[in-house]
Design a binder for this molecule. Sequence first.
Ligand SMILES: C[S@@+](CC[C@H](N)C(=O)[O-])C[C@H]1O[C@@H](n2cnc3c(N)ncnc32)[C@H](O)[C@@H]1O
Length: 221
Amino acid sequence: MSDPRWNDVEAWIRERVIPDDDALTAAVERADAGGLPSVQVDPTMGKFLNLLARMTGAQRILEIGTLAGYSTIWLARALPADGRLITLEYDPEHAKVAEENIAAAGVGDLVDLRVGAALDELPRIAEAGEGPFDLVFIDADKDNQHNYLAWALDLTRVGSVIVGDNIVRGGRTLEDPENPSSQGMLRFMDLMAADPRVDATVLQTVGSKGWDGFALGLVVE
Ligand SMILES: C[S@@+](CC[C@H](N)C(=O)[O-])C[C@H]1O[C@@H](n2cnc3c(N)ncnc32)[C@H](O)[C@@H]1O
């Protein structure tokens, strides 16, 4: 589902509050040249993540799903000089492009990219005591969305923020509930509803990526 008006409005927003940015443009170009899927967040979401990290004074960020590092760069730019962002990526080809993009954007000192399945990496992060994280961005394989939320809740503190992307997926989450990605989103939302440690909402979005939505959770206990 798409509507050309969504793109027009997104362009209008970008022209006003999201100036062209050489590093981010180059990051997308490198991803395209490398044949990576064009599934990074759109610039309005990237800017939203950046603002959210700055508003909350995030110093430690965990990202699950790096791709070519587009959202990583937006988030890392919000960090102070002694901040740290750990980002997890399964696909070594994606990670290679991401490393290049992150270095070219000048945020390499802030970012620790770990290659492997997030469900293998997350227990290592917990065991090494690398949390708590102030902000967690979940944007990897959708069928594990609920598992990533469970880890995010274990790796955060009261006041931390958890963002889960792609909750709506053009309506498919509710229309096709047996699909594994839908299952991940449905279980994610059930956990958001049931776990007293988090209070949340979902904002539906439209734009160049179609109709979607992201969950925003505040860790409250
Ligand atoms: C939607 S993309 C991430 C987009 C990125 N956050 C952005 O906006 O620029 C999802 C990424 O998660 C990765 N991924 C898939 N399964 C994974 C897993 N089990 N562990 C870690 N990363 C995984 C994919 O290879 C892909 O690069």
